[in-house]
Write a protein that binds this ligand. Structure first.
Ligand SMILES: NC(=O)c1ccc[n+]([C@@H]2O[C@H](COP(=O)([O-])OP(=O)(O)OC[C@H]3O[C@@H](n4cnc5c(N)ncnc54)[C@H](OP(=O)(O)O)[C@@H]3O)[C@@H](O)[C@H]2O)c1
Length: 239
C-alpha cells in the first residue's frame, strides 16, 4: 500500500476522509485538541485490518508540520496529502483583538502554507494534495472576517503551489465545503443559525462529513490527473 497523510484526520470532516483513504493507503492522521477522537478512529480502522497511525502535532508550527510529514514518510511512498486543519468563531470585525487575528491566521493560513511547502517537497511524482477551504472564502459571511481572509489565502496559495509542482505530475486543489454537520460546527453555532444555514443551499440541508470526503476523493482519483489549481465547490449549491 502507498501512504497518505491527513492533517486533522481525526476531526469531523477529517475522519470521513481517513475512512475512505484507509481502503487503499496506510494513513497517518494528526490531531491536536482531541486525541481521543483520533485514537477511537485508529482502533476502528485497525479492527478492519488497516494501518492508521495517529500523532499529536500543532499544525500552526513548523516543527509540528515537519513532524507529521516525517511520520507519514516512514510508512511508505507518500502519494496523498489532505489538509483538514482549520477552525473559526464569529467575532464582529469591530471587536477583533490582535490575538484573535493572529490565532485565526495561524490556524487557517500559516498552517496551510507549511503543509503546502512540505507536501510540494515530499509528495511523490503523480501524487495528490487536497486542501480543505471553506465557502466563507467566496461568500464572505458576516462575523467571519479573519476566517474568510485566511481561507481565501489558502486557496490562492493552493493555485500557486499547483503551478510549482505540475512538472512532477502532482495535482494541488482545494475543496470548499459549505455548512457541514460536525461536532465542531455545532459547538460554536447557535441552533437557529444552524437551521438557517441548512436552508441556504439548493439541497436545503447541511452537508455531511461524508459529502465533503466524497468531493476530496474525486480530486484524489486517478481520473483527476488533469485537474489542478482549482477549487471544488462542495456546498450543496450555495450560490
Ligand atoms: N464544519 C463546517 O461547517 C465547515 C465548513 C467549511 C469548512 N470547514 C473546514 O473543514 C475543516 C474541518 O472542520 P470540521 O468541521 O471537521 O472541524 P474539526 O473536527 O474541529 O476539524 C478540525 C481539525 O483540525 C485539527 N486542529 C485544530 N487545531 C489544530 C492545531 N493547532 N494543530 C493541528 N491540528 C489542529 C483538529 O484536531 P482535533 O481532532 O484534535 O480537534 C481537527 O482534527 C476545517 O478546515 C474547517 O475550516 C468546515
Amino acid at each position: 500500500m502507498t501512504a497518505a497523510l491527513v492533517l486533522g484526520g481525526g476531526g469531523g470532516i477529517g475522519a470521513a476522509v481517513t475512512r475512505r483513504l484507509a481502503k487503499t493507503h496506510d494513513v497517518t492522521i494528526t490531531h491536536h485538541g482531541h486525541p481521543e477522537r483520533a485514537q477511537a478512529l485508529t482502533e476502528e480502522l485497525s479492527g478492519a485490518g488497516r494501518t492508521v497511525t495517529a500523532l499529536s502535532v500543532d499544525a500552526t508550527t513548523e516543527h509540528g508540520v515537519v513532524t507529521a510529514f516525517d511520520a507519514a514518510e516512514q510508512t511508505g511512498d507518500l502519494t496523498v496529502v489532505v489538509d483538514c486543519v482549520g477552525g473559526w468563531d464569529y467575532p464582529k470585525v469591530t471587536e477583533l483583538t490582535m490575538e484573535q487575528i493572529q490565532d485565526s491566521v495561524s490556524l487557517n493560513l500559516v498552517s496551510a502554507l507549511l503543509v503546502l511547502r512540505e507536501a510540494a517537497k515530499r509528495v511523490s511524482d503523480g501524487g495528490r494534495i487536497v486542501m480543505v477551504s471553506s465557502a466563507a472564502a467566496a461568500v464572505a459571511p458576516a462575523r467571519q472576517s479573519t476566517y474568510a481572509a485566511a481561507k481565501a489565502g489558502l486557496e490562492a496559495a493552493t493555485r500557486v503551489t499547483a503551478k510549482e509542482v505540475a512538472k512532477r505530475g502532482v495535482t494541488v486543489n482545494a475543496v470548499r465545503p459549505g455548512s457541514t454537520d460536525t461536532e465542531y460546527m455545532r459547538s460554536i453555532t447557535a441552533d437557529k443559525a444552524v437551521e438557517a444555514m441548512a436552508k441556504s443551499n439548493a439541497m436545503k440541508r447541511l452537508g455531511t462529513p461524508e459529502d465533503i470526503a466524497g468531493a476530496v476523493m474525486m480530486l484524489v482519483d486517478d481520473d483527476a490527473g488533469w485537474v489542478t489549481g482549482t477549487v471544488l465547490d462542495a456546498t450543496g449549491g450555495l450560490q
